[in-house]
Design a protein around this ligand. Sequence first.
Ligand SMILES: Cc1ncc(COP(=O)(O)O)c(C=O)c1O
Length: 379
Amino acid sequence: MVVGVVQTAARIPLARPVLDEEMSEAAIHALQNERFVGGESVHKFEEEFARYCGTKFAVSTASGTAALKLSLIAVGVRGGQVLTTPASFVASANSIIHAGATPKFADISIVDYNIDPAEVRKAIGKDTKAILPVHLFGYPAKVDQIREIVSDRGTAIIEDACQAHGASYKGKKVGSLGDVGCFSFFPSKNMTVGGDGGMVVTDKESIAQSVISLRDCGRAKGSKYLHDLVGYTERLNTVQAAIGRVQLKHLDAWNGKRKQVAYKYTELLSDMKELITPPEGNTLVNPVYHMYVVRCEQRDNLKAWLDQAGVETGIHYPAPIHLQPIYKKMYGYIGGEFPNSETLSKGALSIPMHPSLTTDEVKFVSETIHEFYGHMSKQ
Ligand SMILES: Cc1ncc(COP(=O)(O)O)c(C=O)c1O
């Protein structure tokens, strides 16, 4: 049945963060029984997150941006260049500037929307201190191919896994594929801490130790008021770590539900010539569908149509990073430099994706999209 726009009542949100009783109780318990900063929950959350990712260390931070910035400082990018993708949230590149380096871009593959290793090979130079691939929309980037390119150069790989908690590539969790992995717990992510938060994961003790110090005012190990780095106050609060511990327990189940939603959308939408559904996983690539992004004709009209039908959508992102006003101003980009990223920005539409979406809601969204193109073809 095709449901008409006017008949709709229910509003279907783009994302729906979970806060249940267990999380509230964990938060209150932490507030009443632990130090507000640096409490036991922080250490436990870090241990559990490291175990989950399969890395030796996890260091929590105040945000995903802080995780990226502190990791970049820890691997020593200051004064050099860092290569990243223009198709990401602006924080991926901002963190490079915050760390005292210059962001350089390499275009994405138009198939999986992640940085294209062939473009990395072309763009890498003697000043490239690190590569920062982003696992965009929860789909793992080809970090092994990037590793091959940098293997004899000593260039660090810092994964921006802010949208990909739990995704894996060739049997390894994202975050553990490069030298460092960075996560965000902003409320729209696959798991949150009930506010801003981030995590750095790594097998390298020296990097973990630097981030521990940098997030905590540059304190020397074991000292209260001796500082051997110029650090920041970018720690994760105890109450948020306590919420994060509960969320982490649910992450795999939630990701499983996201996958079911994604499969259903793809089943219902893949017959449409006006629209390209997201890349699918396979035996080697296990995506976690942070977002379900279609590329479509008449994107803005479709967005308005869905909006009227009570379906919330998003555009991730209306401009690639190099065409953000501040990047144009600072680096002189004018458009046309990274055509695949620009194509993605022009056609991308994120439709509702979260673990609590029902099959009926998925069908309703899909039918509303069909109805739009049916309507347009009669115009
Ligand atoms: C790809 C990507 N990188 C970095 C960030 C920054 O994370 P945060 O908002 O926690 O600073 C985000 C989140 O918004 C993101 O999606």
